[in-house]
Ligand binder design. Sequence first.
Ligand code: 13P
Length: 285
Amino acid sequence: MTRATLKDVLPAANAHGYAVPGFVCLGWEDARAYVAAAEAEAAPVILQAGPSCRAHTPLPVLAAMFLHLADQASVPVVAHLDHGHTLAECEEALRCGFTSVMFDGSRLPLEENIAQTKTVVDLARRFGASCEGELGFVGYAEGAASKGTDPDEVGPFVTETGVDALAISVGNVHLQTSAGQALDRERLQAIARQTPVPLVIHGGSGLGLEDRQDLPAQTLIAKINVGTELRRVFGQALRNFLSADPDLFDRIAILSASEPPLTDAARKVIRQFGAGGQARSMLRL
Ligand code: 13P
């Protein structure tokens, strides 16, 4: 049994200077590829079901899929709801067996974000699950603009809500199709002075190699979410495979072709974050 929560994997990541990847999953093939990558690298991994994934596949199906993968895996696997926007959505995920939820109250006024996040944290505790909150707002490439996390709000937010991890906005942006986004290191350091809680970077696809290596080693960043970069690998793999044989039509053959390139790409991300080999000491592999 290797089901894990953020509380099982993030404090160790902070202690040893690496980050656990939060891989955005859209279906069976990518989720399976990410667990294969984590096993090949002996790394803990977080499988994440975000809003577009949930719009396509019902939560109970996603939960069953993630938990099945976790139960078969030799490394810790967190089944995480990404960007839950309502208590009801988080509650449904917890009832389905997700081991972790993110309540995203980042568009709410501070007091409301604190109150609603605390309700979700309390609920998650009753299920033995973990909860991530967000303070400030991480924007979207060619979409809503970011609002940087205010370091002065961090202490009260973490203390009053009891979150296990905090997503912050320090120049990171979702959905970037190339890496190299400069982060606001000063803001990041000011945030870290306010709290010992593990920090989360959304929009990991925009992070350059140096940040991927340095941030986990030098700061409290313990979880980095990666989606777009791997979705591009998936799309390219399918395009290559289909164009090589115009007679292909079998769904399983087509989708299975995405798994080896996705596994390779995810292994590279795991190594960049310094997470390779880190499950060994956790599970005495
Ligand atoms: P990217 O798709 O930009 O890598 O971001 C993923 C993410 O932060 C999901 O919450």
